[in-house]
Structure formats: structure tokens, C-alpha cells
Design a protein around this ligand. Structure first.
Ligand SMILES: *Cc1c(COP(=O)(O)O)cnc(C)c1O
Length: 469
């Protein structure tokens, strides 16, 4: 680790992970900027060996910039963490709702991870990226019959959320599948964790999963279904979690239920503990490292299995945010500003809630730097406003930034998870392009949406064309 020069302490340099040894990288989820971030001789931010200002010149703005090295590092730390700390079989599957597109799926598949998909569209994307269906797990609390049919045709594993789905899938499987469809059952464990209300899913009052008081009935039903092969149990307790205790408690709850399922004769051998590990969005966020989280979960699972006297199941974790969140930044171009005397200074950027709906949806906090002024002292407190017609479209309410001027490149950090995947065309603004950067090379992975793209699915009925009242 290098230490920051005193003069640079209050500049964009403070967000660099200060690694000189990428052979032994720190945990991506504890870093604000991607691990390869550097400041070059023009005092400009460089990611994956690419100058961010030049990337914006070449690909336009706003721009999602995905650092391949950081993403691969997170994949490896998860995979190796389980290999080192769990004595049974393990699998890491990427919760692709965090960011689903062909290139992201390819990179993660090439690291040997599996995939969790939550819609027909994500399943289709993953399959089109060349992922083998035996590595895909299909989630969701209201999968349609068409989605279940696609799941059965593709051969992926279905994570069953409720009775309707259980019965529909049993019928589809008997009618269409030559062999029983592999399923996991999703249970609501009744575990609370300290995160935003909307992203808590494990407490009892949740729309996801079977309620604990129905479990035995479900086990009994499933054991009488020859068209379904129940191979494991699943629970997911929430997202952006910094505590380790909830997942440790969850391992115990799931181990008990595995034992119960065994008593019903179900061939369950998978314990899927869900995702949820948090990442650093601001300097006060302090999540455990990927390795420490994996170690804690592995040890808790082993000791729970020991306690309940069941053999070690295959342990699955399905991280989304902590795999990809810290590997991407969004670069915007600074526009005008507005000073409200004694209250606030606004600076406007050329994106906002349509490319990153998290601040307006979850009051999420972000940090930013001016990519072309990395060493300038961050002497101003400003509000970074988006360009959408909503007063609430504020990307960062209290941003410390240097003096800025129109044309500067403002980079918002840790935007890899739930940004592109939640992006919309609100105000008919096209979604940004995305590039992947690695060792000085930048490749387009998602094209910028054009005005023409915005009209592609509009249809104008003939009778409206020349009609005038
Ligand atoms: C969203 C989700 C995940 C991933 O959550 P992260 O907080 O992004 O790690 C995993 N499993 C299920 C079922 C989910 O819904």
C-alpha cells in the first residue's frame, strides 16, 4: 500500500485504492474506485489503462466504464474463498439482475461462476452469452407460465417461490420434460438485517418465498411429485448488508430445514445462502471483505451442519452487488450551475435518474471526482443535479468537489450494480453506452441509444396520421 501525499489527501487521490501490487489485490467491494484506477501525468483519472477523458471523447457521455480486472478479481476472491474455507463442494453464482448484458455474462462465465436470473429476459441473455444451462438458476416471485416453459426447455434449475409456481411447474414438467425438472425451494427465514426497507427480503413480511409455517406441507407435496426433483433450499435475506451475523444465522436455519426435507425423502444437497454482501459507496461504508464474508459463511455452514448432524451440502452463494458494483464508474459531462445564495450550489450533469435511479429510489449515497482535475483540492460543497424534469433528480446532495467548469468530466463511483440494469428512458433520454476497459484497451459492450432507437417500438396507427379535429 502507498500512502497519500499530504497535499493530495483532500483530492480525488483519496479514492484510489493505492495498490502498487495488482498480483495481490485488495477486496473490490472495499474500494471506491476500481482497483486499476490511477492518475496519469495529465492529472486525469485512468481506469484499466484508459484515460477517462479520452474515453468520453471517443464514446460520448454519459458513459458506464467497466473495469474488467476489478470484476475478475471479485469473481476470483469469491471462488477461491469458498475453495479455501469450505470443505464441501461450493458454487458462486452471479445475481445477474445487478447488470445483465452479453459481455458481463461472458466475463463472469469465463471465471467459472454460475448465474442467477430473475426473468425470461435475463435467462435469454445468459443463454445467448453461451452460458450452459446447468449453471443457471431461475428466481422470481411471479414467473409466468411462458417463463417456466422457457426454463424447462433450456434445462436450468428453477428456484420455486410459491404454491402456484410449484403446481404450474409440476404440470409443465409432466407434460414436456423427459426428466424431472431440478428445483430449489425458496424459504422466508424470518431474519432481519439493517438495510434499507425496500431491500430487505428475509423477514417474514416479505413477498418472496414460502412462509416457515408452510414448509412441511410444501416438502410433503414436493415429495409426491415425480416430475420435480427437489435438490436444495434457498433463502436470500437482503442487500447491501455489512453485518455477518444474519448470514451466519441463516446457515443454521437452512441446515435445520435441510434436515427436515431429508426426513420427507427429498434428495436435497444444496444450501443456497443468497447474496447481499455490501460494498463501499462512501468512505464511511465499511463492509467485510469478500474473503472474510465467504470465510464467515463457510464456517457457519460447517458448524450448523455439524450441530444438526447432516452431511455438508453443496454451498451456493449468489452475490450481485459485491461482484460487480465496485468495478464500474459512470462518467458525465458537467453543464451549467446555479447558486442559491446561502443555501446551495447546484452543478448539473448530462445524466441522472435515468441512468442511475438509486438515489431517487433508495436515497442512496454516492461519491464523485472530477476526472480531469484529480489533484485539485476538493474545496467546494455542491449538489450534483441530474438533467431530468424531477426536483428529486439529484445524484449527490453534498458532494465535495474542486472548482468545476462546464465540460469537466464528473465520475460517479461504484455504479456497476443496479445502475444500467435499472436504467430507463425517462424524459426520452437514451440509455448511455458502456465500455469494458482492460490494459489500455476499451471495447464497446453496450451501444448508446439513439433518438431512432427510442422510436423503434412506437407504432402510429394509420387512422391517426392525417386525422384532424
Ligand atoms: C438480488 C438478489 C441477489 C443478489 O443480491 P446482492 O445484494 O446484489 O448481492 C441474490 N439472490 C436473490 C434471490 C436476489 O433477489
Amino acid at each position: 500500500m502507498l500512502s497519500i501525499d499530504r497535499n493530495l489527501e483532500n483530492s480525488g487521490h483519496q479514492y484510489l485504492s493505492q495498490v502498487d501490487d495488482l498480483e495481490n489485490p485488495p477486496s473490490p467491494n472495499q474500494s471506491l474506485l476500481p482497483l486499476t484506477a490511477k492518475v496519469n501525468k495529465n492529472d486525469t483519472l485512468e481506469i484499466g489503462g484508459c484515460d477517462v477523458e479520452l474515453l468520453v471523447k471517443r464514446f460520448g457521455s454519459p458513459l458506464y466504464i467497466l473495469d474488467e480486472f476489478t470484476l475478475r478479481t471479485a469473481c476470483r476472491q469469491y471462488r477461491e474463498g469458498f475453495a479455501n474455507h469450505y470443505s464441501g463442494e461450493s458454487q458462486v453464482i452471479y445475481a445477474s439482475k445487478a447488470w445483465s448484458c452479453l459481455a458481463v455474462c461472458r466475463i463472469i462465465d469465463s471465471e467459472g461462476l454460475g448465474f442467477d436470473v430473475v426473468s425470461g429476459g435475463e435467462l435469454y441473455t445468459t443463454l445467448q452469452a453461451g452460458v450452459s444451462s446447468d449453471k443457471i438458476y431461475f428466481h422470481g416471485n411471479n414467473k409466468s407460465a411462458a417463463e417456466l416453459e422457457l426454463a424447462v426447455e433450456s434445462g436450468c434449475t428453477v428456484i420455486i417461490d410459491n404454491w402456484l409456481e410449484l403446481k404450474t411447474l409440476a404440470a409443465i414438467s409432466s407434460a414436456k420434460s423427459p426428466k424431472p425438472v431440478p428445483i430449489l425451494l425458496r424459504l422466508t427465514p424470518g431474519i432481519e438485517c439493517h438495510t434499507h426497507e425496500y431491500i430487505k427480503t428475509g423477514h417474514l413480511d416479505s413477498k418472496f418465498g414460502f412462509d416457515p409455517n408452510q414448509i412441511e406441507e410444501v416438502f410433503s407435496f414436493v415429495s409426491g411429485q415425480p416430475a420435480l426433483n427437489c435438490i436444495g433450499l434457498h433463502a436470500h435475506i437482503g442487500s447491501q448488508i455489512f453485518e455477518q451475523q444474519p448470514h451466519q444465522d441463516l446457515a443454521d436455519v437452512l441446515a435445520q430445514w435441510l434436515k427436515k426435507a431429508n426426513e420427507y425423502g427429498l434428495p436435497v444437497n444444496i444450501l443456497n445462502i443468497g447474496g447481499g454482501l455490501g460494498i463501499r459507496y462512501t468512505e464511511t461504508d465499511d463492509p467485510p471483505s469478500i474473503t472474510n464474508w465467504v470465510k464467515a459463511v463457510s464456517e457457519a455452514t460447517e458448524s450448523a451442519c455439524h450441530k444438526h448432524q447432516i452431511p455438508l451440502p453443496k454451498l451456493i452463494a449468489e452475490p450481485g452487488r459485491s461482484l460487480i458494483g465496485s468495478s464500474c464508474v459512470t462518467a458525465y459531462t458537467v453543464g451549467g450551475n446555479k447558486e442559491v445564495p446561502d443555501i446551495r450550489n447546484y452543478i448539473a450533469i448530462d445524466g441522472g435518474m435515468s441512468d442511475n435511479p438509486r438515489p431517487i429510489t433508495y436515497q442512496s449515497l454516492y461519491r464523485s471526482v472530477i476526472a480531469n482535475k484529480m489533484s485539485a483540492p476538493m474545496s467546494r460543497n455542491v449538489t450534483v443535479a441530474g438533467k431530468h424534469c424531477e426536483s428529486g433528480d439529484v445524484v449527490i446532495k453534498d458532494a465535495n468537489l474542486p472548482e468545476t467548469e462546464p465540460g469537466d468530466i464528473l465520475v460517479v463511483m461504484a455504479t456497476g450494480a443496479y445502475n444500467y440494469s435499472m436504467a430507463s428512458n425517462y424524459n426520452r433520454i437514451g440509455r448511455p453506452a458502456a465500455v469494458v476497459v482492460n490494459q489500455g484497451e476499451a471495447n464497446l459492450i453496450i451501444e448508446r441509444e439513439t433518438y431512432q432507437n427510442l422510436l423503434e417500438r412506437d407504432r402510429l396507427p394509420e387512422r391517426l396520421i392525417d386525422f384532424r379535429v
